[in-house]
Design a protein around this ligand. Sequence first.
Ligand SMILES: [Cu+2]
Length: 130
Amino acid sequence: MPEITMLTVILPVVLSLGVTAAVSVLPAQAGAATAAQTRALREIEVVVDGDYRPGRITVVEGERVRLKFVRRDKSPCTREVVFAALDLRRELPTDRPVILEMPALPAGEYEFKCGMNMIRGVLEVVTRKP
Ligand SMILES: [Cu+2]
């Protein structure tokens, strides 16, 4: 019984400490977190229908985007999308959007192709302006 009493006393103290710590940390990071979340939320739709539209997607280095692949055709050609440089391969069921969360990437061009290497798109990562 004494242990239970101790717990009920200690627990509120620990909780209030936790809240205090969280509150003191939050204001400093709030701005950065909001900006990061806004960036993470940019979603770019790529329609797959015999080709990729748009065929060139431009993002800024360090920016995280979601690529939403919407495959309209039923050709076996477009069944898979492959980002070879990122070691990323995904199946694209017809009419069922597939979202790829892209990591923040260094500047450069990242090709994506169908699984057969026939059709091609480019994710272009441009240098951030100072
Ligand atoms: Cu193909």
